[in-house]
Design a protein around this ligand. Structure first.
Ligand code: ATP
Length: 255
């Protein structure tokens, strides 16, 4: 059956002059699931993600996240409520280590309890040490443990994309938004990305990803949303979406 709703979008609308990338869209993000947002180039997927993360303000409509209204809230407020995201283009600090890139994403997360070994340190040093330990554990979870002290730019591109996901996870989000995480990845890296996203889901984080790579979408998502010219033309389980004539005509058939 359906899990509980984490995010409920209703009648969300955004226009730029005559272009309407998000046209009165409504859907629900179920807690604990991996959701995919697909559709042709220019359909409005990134704009929709920008609305959810607070990077763009809607003209109208509602985005309710755990009962709180997000529509019109700034990005930092949305992030503090537990929604993290990545961008289509990498936004890493190339000169900084992988660890420092993750620590920069961790600002929101403040540990309430500390291991006994850290109790002798001043509070600020304890918090810093705890943040480093958390970030190192996160990097290890994502298979980046051995690269923690390398500059971000020295990592292979596939691992840079993964580091960007690690940085987003450092804020301990409840919902992770990924904008084309497989862009530029080779088949092996794409396969590994699928495993990473499954692990993130297993850790209890709900995921919404924009993705053009259909094998990845069909392999890891439980719910697919299809956008075309700003309108939600279909949604449902991957198998049903793959066979949906409207989706095939608008998107899948074109591949
Ligand atoms: P792609 O798969 O190519 O990334 P997309 O589905 O993410 O595309 P969007 O990037 O959301 O689509 O763009 C949807 C439409 O909205 C496009 O026609 C785009 O040019 C337009 N658009 C997006 N942002 C703006 C803006 N700030 N000002 C004007 N038009 C915009």
């Amino acid at each position: 059956g359906d899990g509980s709703a984490l995010l409920v979008v209703a009648d969300l609308h955004k226009a730029y002059g005559g272009i309407v990338p998000v046209n009165h869209v409504g859907f629900t993000i179920g807690a604990g699931k991996v959701h995919a947002l697909i559709g042709p180039n220019g359909a409005g997927k990134t704009t929709l993600l920008n609305l959810l993360s607070g990077h763009v303000a809607p003209d109208s409509g509602s985005i309710r996240f755990q009962g709180q209204e997000l529509a019109g809230q700034p990005a930092h407020r949305v992030a503090s409520l537990g929604i993290a995201r990545t961008f289509q283009n990498l936004k890493l600090f190339g000169d900084l280590s992988a660890l420092d890139n993750v620590l920069l994403g961790a600002h929101r997360h403040v540990e309430a309890s500390f291991p006994a070994a850290l109790l002798g340190l001043p509070a600020s040093r304890r918090a810093e040490a705890q943040a480093r330990a958390d970030a190192l554990a996160l990097l290890a979870d994502l298979g980046l443990g051995e690269r923690a002290f390398e500059p971000a730019r020295s990592l292979p591109y596939g691992l840079q994309r993964r580091l960007e996901i690690a940085r987003a996870l450092a804020s301990r989000p409840k919902l992770l938004l990924l904008d084309e995480p497989a862009a530029g990845l080779n088949p092996q890296e794409t396969h590994e990305l699928g495993d990473v996203i499954k692990r993130i889901q297993t850790a209890g984080v709900t995921v919404l990803l924009i993705e053009h790579h259909m094998d990845l979408v069909m392999g890891i998502s439980q719910h697919v949303l299809v956008l075309d010219y700003g309108a939600l033309i279909a949604e449902g389980a991957p198998d049903a979406i793959r066979k949906n004539p409207r989706v095939i005509a608008a998107y899948l058939g074109a591949d």
